[in-house]
Ligand binder design. Structure first.
Ligand code: LRH
Length: 492
């Protein structure tokens, strides 16, 4: 294989990065060009993403690439799911995009579903109901008589909005559009009845839905000059970060489950086609669109968000590193406080530590006091929630699940990996931590003809990264803890 470089712009809810991946002598080497924080900002009581700040960070990353003499084949962009930006008639952005944590209201979803039945919505899209999905965001905006929604010429999903900033070209990419809960997984097009119900014309989503691998455009003349990179093509990858991450699962065959671990924990299976039936609907399992016709049959679990938010509070007094937090958790008594991480109280509370205290007290367990107790409670509860979802997924898997691949930033946490293996009773293989950026770059490499299919990508990733295995231990103890956990976590 010839030496080729690809740039990944990978934006998560709490951080972003521009990474260069070079394929050299059959191996991948990576260079972090620019890492930066991301977060939601409250403006007049609404939460927004600072799109233009993200843009300037991306520009910085591209400039660093040029300064280092990197000549990338292409650039790919992935971001978190569901959020959208509005463009006016003249192609300019209409305000700061709303952030999905703005929409954690059950009432809005309930009102929607009283007019458009859940059975029909799930039947049409196969997407799990999460209060913040695009479909509910648009409904809320319509109810608020939003000027943006009324006046918008175009609606762009987040990765498509970034690609538009880079190229001036507007597209609607399939994997990210599938998170909207408005796409039909069979036709891979927007469902007309859902759009009609929302009063949103199909033309507002630019063009036909495009698949990963398609060239979107090249860097605008200004950016080509400003960054010094030249007019490099921007290629559609799996614009949805989870879609790109799952491409980089280092599995040698299909008999695996994955846990994409970051601000969210996404646990699921990769299936050749959607599973949309009464059982999957009741379990609220999603069928997100993947690469090469695959479906990500998964559930969202609130992941590192809870710890990230607690850490922000603790940082005011003392900024512990994640290593220090884990060391404190190791010292704390196991299973002293358990809760369901998906309790809506943890959606976007003013204080996460207070929310944990209230949830624990309300279930009669007392409450954590020390930092170590909080962190231990978060990790125990996450591992047990992973087991609960894993058990549900097992009943859908058309094979025995031999391995749980933990990928993403959370895979660096060996302590949680061991707890996850103990709780689920399956071998955990951890890594790569940069799965999303790797998947992003590998999809560009596939578009450039370097790989024929996902399995070739996975074999290559497996050869390129260090992986760690965790064997389940203490089964009895964990089964007993699971019984206790279930009393606090009814239903899926
Ligand atoms: C993870 C993620 C997840 C979505 C959420 C909004 O970053 O993309 O898959 O559900 O963000």
């Amino acid at each position: 294989m010839e030496n080729k470089s690809f740039l990944a712009v990978d934006l998560g809810a709490t951080s972003g990065r521009v990474i260069c991946g070079t394929i050299e002598n059959g191996k991948l080497t990576m260079d972090d060009l620019h890492k930066f924080p991301n977060g939601i900002i409250s403006i007049h009581g609404n939460y927004h993403w600072n799109l233009f700040e993200l843009y300037s960070h991306i520009k910085e990353g591209l400039t660093v690439a040029a300064r280092k003499g990197i000549k990338p084949v292409s650039i790919g962009v992935d971001t978190w799911g569901v959020d959208i930006a509005f463009l006016g008639e003249d192609g300019s952005f209409m305000g700061m995009p709303y952030a999905y944590r703005n929409y954690t209201t059950k009432e809005n979803t309930e009102q929607f579903l009283s007019e458009f039945p859940l059975e029909e919505l799930y039947g049409k899209t196969g997407i799990q109901t999460l209060d913040f999905n695009t479909v509910f965001q648009l409904y809320a905006l319509k109810k608020r008589n939003s000027s943006q929604l009324k006046a918008a010429k175009d609606i762009l999903f987040m990765p498509d909005a970034i690609s538009y900033l880079l190229t001036g070209k507007k597209v609607t990419e399939y994997t990210i559009a599938s998170t909207s809960e408005m796409l039909d997984p069979n036709t891979k097009e927007f469902d007309p009845k859902i759009l009609e119900f929302l009063g949103v014309e199909r033309e507002k989503f630019p063009g036909k839905v495009i698949m990963p691998g398609q060239i979107i455009g090249t860097l605008t003349k200004e950016l080509a000059q400003e960054t010094g990179l030249g007019e490099i093509p921007v290629v559609a990858v799996a614009g949805h970060d989870t879609g790109s991450a799952v491409v980089a699962v280092p599995a040698s065959n299909k008999h695996f489950a994955y846990l994409s671990s970051g601000t969210w924990s996404l646990m699921g299976l990769e299936l050749p086609e959607p599973v949309i039936n009464e059982t999957s609907r009741i379990a609220n399992i999603t069928n997100e669109g993947g690469v090469d016709g695959t479906i990500r049959f998964l559930k969202n679990i609130t992941g590192m968000w809870i710890l990230e938010q607690c850490k922000k509070e603790w940082d005011i007094e003392k900024a512990y590193s994640y290593e220090e937090l884990i060391a404190m958790a190791l010292e704390a008594k196991p299973f002293a406080f358990l809760f369901n991480p998906d309790n809506e109280a943890f959606g976007n509370p003013a204080s996460m530590t207070k929310a944990i205290v209230e949830v624990c007290k309300a279930s009669g367990q007392g409450a954590p006091e020390t930092v170590g107790q909080f962190v231990r409670a978060i990790f125990d509860s996450l591992a047990l929630r992973y087991k609960q979802v894993f058990e549900a997924l097992k009943s859908f898997a058309p094979y025995d699940i031999a391995t749980l691949h933990v990928i993403g930033g959370g895979s660096r946490n060996s302590f949680l990996n061991q707890l996850t293996a103990n709780a689920t009773g399956v071998t955990v293989v951890a890594g790569p931590a940069e799965a999303t950026a790797i998947g992003n770059m590998m999809l560009q490499a596939k578009a450039a003809g370097l790989f024929a299919d996902i399995q070739q990508i996975r074999d290559f990733v497996c050869d390129s990264v260090d992986l760690k295995s965790f064997t389940p231990q203490d089964g009895e103890v964990w089964n007993a803890a699971y019984v206790k956990f279930l009393t606090y976590s009814k239903g899926l």
